[in-house]
Design a protein around this ligand. Structure first.
Ligand code: URP
Length: 362
């Protein structure tokens, strides 16, 4: 056997899970990654579930009705995740709402915001977590009443006990295409938290943070073994980058990465523009799904559908992270002290870039 040649293999799921997925009209795929046996550590096997979905109702439906429909849809998919043995489930970015930030309108979209600590969606997820002994990662639009009712793009992490373990706010806010999110919330202030769960050390790098290699790095500096990347992104803009970035992050940081994207096209009654000379339009384009999991050795699962709701179940042995690290030594060979010193200089106003030029000859 080749050392550390883990490729994703197909995983068999219970017939009850497969038939429920078919009845409920979503794709169900399952894969596994292996690691070498070790003498001193037992395998650390964990199953993650990635859920991608379209919004079930038109965007001009009453806010509470849209939220209730999304709760219902997710509950029926999570039930299948439980039947499939999932230990940690993650939903897509801002999963309780249409991705309406393109519009720049405040109402009704800001009404989707909820408390991360005790909002109705967090309570809903706490029930799921307790019922299925599952860690739930719930990315929502957060309203922070303690700080003037400010909005944030936040992933709430709920332990399998049902307790809120904490939250991780989106560090990088896009200013590209129709992603007009900077109208609503600021760059997150929670840093790079890692949540120690009974199934492993996990972190959440929300959507656009995917394009920032140092953002991934910092989560693993804090010890993340699995980094979830709940996203909302569209075909024309990012589909060529999607298969590369999270996979590269898994390799560069000796961890598993789990990018998730929503599906479908969301239509808005009022047209909007985004300052790029384009005609006013009513939608973002299509969200292309394609959620997948990448492993530290560079292998990955196939992606879910580009158009259908889906649940991707992936079993992994977390021992693979240290095995790949011991082989490639990126953490050991990284010159972090050199980068840290130089970056500290580079962010100062008086910084002079180190560029060596040929002297003019006379
Ligand atoms: N939701 C979000 O940050 N989207 C930005 C576009 C992208 O990162 O592909």
């Amino acid at each position: 056997m080749h050392l550390l040649m883990s490729a994703s293999r197909k995983l068999r799921l219970p017939a009850a899970a497969l038939s429920a997925a078919q009845e409920r009209d979503f794709e169900l795929q399952a894969y596994g990654f292996d690691a070498e046996p070790e003498q001193l550590r037992r395998p650390r096997i964990v199953r993650v579930g990635l859920i991608q979905n379209k919004i079930p109702l038109p965007t001009d439906t009453a806010v509470s009705v849209q939220v209730a429909a999304l709760h219902k849809r997710i509950a029926e998919i999570v039930e299948v995740a439980a039947k499939s043995g999932v230990n940690i489930v993650c939903f897509q970015e801002a999963w309780t709402m249409p991705f309406a930030f393109c519009t720049r309108e405040k109402l009704p979209w800001t009404e989707f915001a909820e408390s991360a600590e005790d909002g109705p969606t967090t309570k809903f997820c706490q029930e799921l977590a307790k019922k299925y002994n599952m860690v739930v990662i719930s990315p929502i639009l957060e309203r922070d009443e303690t700080h003037g009712g400010t909005l944030w793009n936040t992933a709430v992490v709920i332990s399998s006990s049902g307790a809120v373990l904490g939250k991780s706010r989106k560090n990088h806010i896009p200013r590209v295409g129709d992603f007009n999110e900077s109208t609503y919330y600021m760059e997150g202030n929670t840093g790079h938290p890692v949540f120690q769960t009974q199934f492993g050390a996990i972190a959440v790098n929300i959507c656009y943070g995917r394009h920032h290699p140092l953002n991934w790095l910092m989560f693993t500096v804090n010890g993340a073994e699995i980094i979830f990347n709940p996203s909302a992104t569209v075909g024309k803009l990012s589909e060529s980058m999607w298969p590369v970035e999270a996979r590269n992050a898994a390799i560069a940081n000796h961890c598993f990465t789990c990018p998730i994207n929503r599906v479908g096209t969301e239509y808005y009654k009022n047209s909007f523009t985004s300052g790029d000379g384009g005609k006013a339009h009513h939608d973002f384009g299509y969200f292309y799904g394609s959620s997948y999991v990448a492993a530290p050795d560079g292998s990955r699962t196939p992606g879910l559908s580009r158009v259908r709701d889906g649940l991707l179940v992936v079993e992994m042995d977390l021992n693979l992270c240290r095995q790949v690290s011991d082989k490639w030594n990126f953490k050991m060979t990284g010159r972090y002290e050199m980068y840290a010193d130089k970056l500290a200089e580079a962010v100062q106003p008086g910084f002079i870039p180190n560029i060596i030029k040929e002297r003019a000859s006379h």
